[in-house]
Design a protein around this ligand. Sequence first.
Ligand code: FAD
Ligand code: FES
Length: 357
Amino acid sequence: MTAILIMNAILAVIAILLVIAEKFLVTYGECRITINKEKILTVDGGDNLLSYFAQNKIFVPSACGGKATCGYCKIEILSGGGSILPTEEVFISRKDRLRGVRLACQVKVKNDIEVLISPELLSAQEYKAVVAKILDLTADIKHVFLKLEEPSAISFKPGQYVQFKIPETDEFRAYSVASRPSQDNIVELIVRLVPNGMCSSYIHEVLDINDKIALTGPFGDFYLREDSTRDIVCIGGGCGMAPIRSILLHLKEKNMPRKVTYFFGARSKKDLFFTEELFMLSKEFPNFKYIPALSEPKPQDSWRGETGLITQVVERTVVGNGHTEAYLCGPPPMIDASITVLTKKGIEDIYIYYDKF
Ligand SMILES: Cc1cc2nc3c(=O)[nH]c(=O)nc-3n(C[C@H](O)[C@H](O)[C@H](O)COP(=O)(O)OP(=O)(O)OC[C@H]3O[C@@H](n4cnc5c(N)ncnc54)[C@H](O)[C@@H]3O)c2cc1C
Ligand code: FES
């Protein structure tokens, strides 16, 4: 037994030494990263693709900071990327694997590489901004207003997100834009405090008015399909309010051309926010209905609205008409349960769009 433990310890030390030796002693020399068969980055190999992209102001999203836990940094490799790593497998479908899709943070550049990056990603930029206002929405959710300075305007689709750079670090976190696209010089974010979370704690406890910060974006394929005429069901929970608010404010500007029902789930009344704004919207546009529901209303809430899990409310309220699409945003279990309910109501999964966080 002792011999096995000693052997395992020796193997662990050898593995660590090999990693250190590779980092400091192995050089891969000059490598060429060819992007979309036209742009060439010449780099000293050894680091991962995501880092080289960041150094060259190509902003591939990276919600987990390169830890292979978000799956957001997908790109296509045409040649030179080596084999897919076990850390990537969970994020990349069989079909995508055959196309050469990889996680940029996991692909180490050891030789020349050819990659394809979508034009939308290539158009993402870095924005310098100043904090204009911070409001408390609930005990653990803040509403942050960021005035863009350089460039001074952003173009995004309602529902997309930006990445917030944590000052003095190389870490980024994704936050959905909560404001309307036509307000292109002030980006509003809604940020929930995650206990001990690096970025949300920074935003809640350190960030102050007039602080200078950096954002990158816009990113994401969760956005309003404007060419559709389908009715819309939105389902949100917690900070999942953010992208849906952007979609609703955009539809308001367009005079709410489609029938929209928004279900928002919260525990008790103290977890509801933007209630007045959303009920005002439903008064203004009969086409829009706001249905908040409380799963654990308190006696002092004197709540007369819907109760139960938001999925139960959706189940008893939505009537499938074969002409509906859905936008869902909130915690993963809520999204998974909502997809099951909506599919049962006859909404095809190709018309169900979501962001889970
Ligand atoms: C596309 C996208 C859009 C997003 N939009 C928003 C938004 O509008 N508002 C918002 O508040 N957040 C949003 N997020 C989540 C956000 O990016 C961060 O993950 C979150 O703020 C936590 O980051 P952190 O640095 O504070 O915590 P970290 O330091 O990254 O994490 C600390 C610990 O908390 C855990 N943790 C991380 N996230 C959560 C979570 N959401 N709930 C519970 N535990 C968690 C981690 O596993 C870790 O153990 C979005 C995420 C994605 C991918
Ligand atoms: S940056 Fe999150 S998986 Fe690559």
